[in-house]
Design a protein around this ligand. Structure first.
Ligand code: SF4
Length: 648
């Protein structure tokens, strides 16, 4: 029976999946035993993938103003509207809104089209909401958005810290790898730092239920503790870093003593002291951070507060010792590599003159964007003001996932041209599209994704496209051709796109930047099809497990940079009308806005709807009972959610 080895489309762990067909029948999926992310394991979401492939809710053909259209008609219409907007209002009036669900090949063509040929850097993504804080923290500290660690480090560490991460639910296979390793090496300690007592706390040696938003105070306090308890790596700080003194001064100003840290975090001083002592005494420490750190009004500072402590102890990119940002989406990393964020140009290059010149020459781009574009929230604000008149949304549902969703509904309604490419027919966002394009879904798409540990894996197709669905890179390239740039968008398949992307990363070879897979720029179709998972950068056929372990970083002086952190509290407004802080969390068996996972009856048995968890004391104050519907609101939005009384 034919077996296809592909990659799970859900989270940033990036598990390998084996799909077997018996004639036309698809057998239940299994974990790919040879994939380095999961070695055969899958979580409950991944193992239900075959249950979510039905065509019932699929978008099967293009539509213009709600009426069925051909691809020719839809693409011609998009091209005409785009050219008209560019003519009348210029490149600042057009935008793409992308997604960490796209494949790297989709991202590459989108980024090239918009920044190189349309001349607009208004290319942002839902990854902005989940990952941009980590991106910025990496760039500030290391000189590049490069994750230094690999999954094996979680198994080799003697102390694992989870902060802003309920990995038991959000990254289950990685969490299981951690728990399995602890069984083999029972001395490994696990610390969970989270305002809630989540499932990840079940096996923890220590839980620090800090106040929401106190993370940077805690890690500033840790830096002070390390300095005052002879736990700094002075040689490393002197030889491989800069600006330590200013970072320590800022830390002392905001978190001078253990007692002050305990008070500001709302945690007993003994717990804080135990955590600090364990960190100081354990050279092999990995700090996993995720959305609880990133999704914050000061997420970048929180990321750097964590990285500062790892730099101060020389624990970066070493076996079992590193800060480790875990991505939410399956290909947020690939999008970051390609450059699919408004403040990046391409392949980890920003908008400085030398990079603009080099990338323009490579693309033979006549009209390259020269300044950063609008990031996600300012982008939607520009739509609201009427400054953006043409918006193309691909593979995401921002009217659920953006903060202040109701406001953006009104904005999309008033936007002259909204195009949505999706594989699902009816989402909260598709109803506002003037033009709908049916996108190929998982099992139909062909390309690559990058996991949290920089592993690039193939997503392979094993099904024909549903209805008239097409890959997103194809639709974008067709627009490039219609704009008169056929020479630059004449891709025949995903391999053609991949090799061009790989070749472009070669411009980094003579620089301190690490992203370079240019060795793959000449692979043929058969080699692309057979591509085994590997970690970037790729040199002489070998992927790098870890980065920066030798103390040389991607900055001009090769030194890592400490960042002075002045912690900020969340910008929530607590008053008589809105007296509670609402935090967000993840549901174990669902993914994103449930457009795919809700197709599986099995997955709906765990939690079939979003809900409000509230402590019994708060529930008593507001007269809420378990199972009731509560109305919650803030200045911007309102929601009705079923109540779960939860002491954690
Ligand atoms: Fe898919 Fe993530 Fe589960 Fe792995 S852990 S099977 S990548 S959802």
């Amino acid at each position: 029976m034919p077996v296809t080895r592909t990659t799970c489309p859900y989270c940033g762990v990036g598990c390998g999946v084996s799909v077997t067909r018996n004639g036309i029948e698809l057998l239940p999926v299994a974990g790919d035993s040879e994939h380095p992310s999961n070695f055969g394991k899958l979580c409950v979401k991944g193992s239900a993938l075959h249950e979510t492939l039905g065509e019932q809710r699929r978008l099967l053909y293009p539509q213009i103003n709600g009426a069925r259209a051909t691809w020719e008609q839809a693409l011609d219409d998009i091209s005409a509207r785009l050219q008209k907007t560019l003519r009348e209002h210029g490149p600042q009036a057009v935008a793409l809104y992308l997604s960490g669900q796209l494949l790297t090949e989709d991202y590459y063509v989108a980024n090239k089209l918009w920044k190189g040929f349309v001349g607009s850097a208004n290319v942002d993504t839902n990854s902005r909401l989940c990952m941009s804080s980590a991106v910025a923290a990496h760039v500030r500290a290391f000189g590049e958005d490069a994750v230094p660690a690999c999954y094996e480090d979680v198994e080799l560490a003697d102390l694992v810290i989870l902060i802003g991460s309920n990995s038991a639910w959000a990254h289950p296979v990685l969490h299981q790898r951690l728990l399995h390793a602890r069984k083999q090496r029972p001395g490994t300690k696990l610390v969970v730092i989270d305002p809630r007592r989540t499932a990840s706390c079940d096996q923890a040696d220590l839980h620090l239920p800090i106040k929401p938003g106190a993370d940077a105070f805690l890690f500033n306090g840790l830096l002070v503790y390390l300095a005052d308890n002879n736990a700094l790596n002075h040689r490393y700080i002197k030889e491989h870093t800069r600006d330590f003194d200013s970072a320590l001064s800022a830390a002392r100003a905001s978190a001078p003593t253990l007692a002050a840290v305990a008070e500001v975090c709302g945690v007993e001083v003994e717990r804080v002291e135990k955590f600090f002592r364990w960190f100081a005494q354990t050279p092999r420490t990995v700090t996993l951070f995720s959305q609880g750190i990133n999704q914050s009004s000061s997420g970048t500072d929180k990321g750097n507060a964590i990285i500062n402590c790892h730099l101060a102890t020389g624990r970066v990119g070493l076996p079992g010792a590193s800060p480790f940002s875990i991505t939410g989406q399956p290909n947020a990393m690939g999008g970051r590599e390609v450059g699919g964020l408004a403040n990046q140009l391409a392949v980890h290059r920003s908008f400085e003159p030398e990079s603009i010149k080099t990338v323009a020459k490579f693309w033979r781009a006549p009209n390259i964007a020269k300044t950063p574009g609008l990031k996600a929230v300012p982008l939607f604000e520009a739509i609201e003001r009427g400054d953006i008149k043409f918006l193309w949304i691909l593979a995401t549902n921002p009217l659920v996932s953006m903060p202040e969703a109701e406001r953006w509904q009104r904005a999309l309604k008033s936007c002259e041209t909204v195009i949505v490419s999706d594989c699902v027919r009816a989402t909260d966002t598709t109803q506002f599209a003037k033009i709908l394009l049916p996108a190929a879904g998982w099992g139909e798409k062909d390309g690559t994704v990058t996991s949290s540990e920089r592993t690039i894996s193939r997503q392979r197709s094993f099904l024909p496209c549903a209805g008239e669905a097409k890959p997103d890179w194809w639709a974008l390239a067709e627009i490039g051709k219609r704009l008169g740039f056929a020479h630059a968008f004449n891709f025949q398949n995903a391999r053609d796109v991949f090799v061009e992307y790989a070749a472009l990363t070669g411009i980094n070879r003579a620089t301190p930047l690490q992203l370079d897979i240019s060795e793959l720029s000449a692979i043929n179709r058969a080699q692309y099809d057979a591509l085994a998972p590997f970690q970037w950068p790729l040199l002489n056929g070998n992927g790098a497990r870890r980065l920066f372990g030798d103390g040389n970083f991607a900055t001009a002086d090769k030194r890592a940079h400490f960042i002075a952190i002045e912690p900020q509290w969340p910008q929530s407004i607590i008053d008589k009308t809105t007296p509670l802080i609402l935090n967000t969390g993840r549901v174990r068996d669902q993914w994103h806005t449930m457009t795919r996972t809700a197709e599986s009856e099995r997955l709906n048995r765990h939690r079939s709807e979003p809900y409000l968890e509230i402590h019994p004391q708060d529930a008593a104050v507001f007269g809420l009972a378990d199972g009731e519907i509560a109305e919650i609101f803030n200045r911007h939005s309102k929601a009705w959610l079923r109540v779960r009384i939860e002491p954690g």
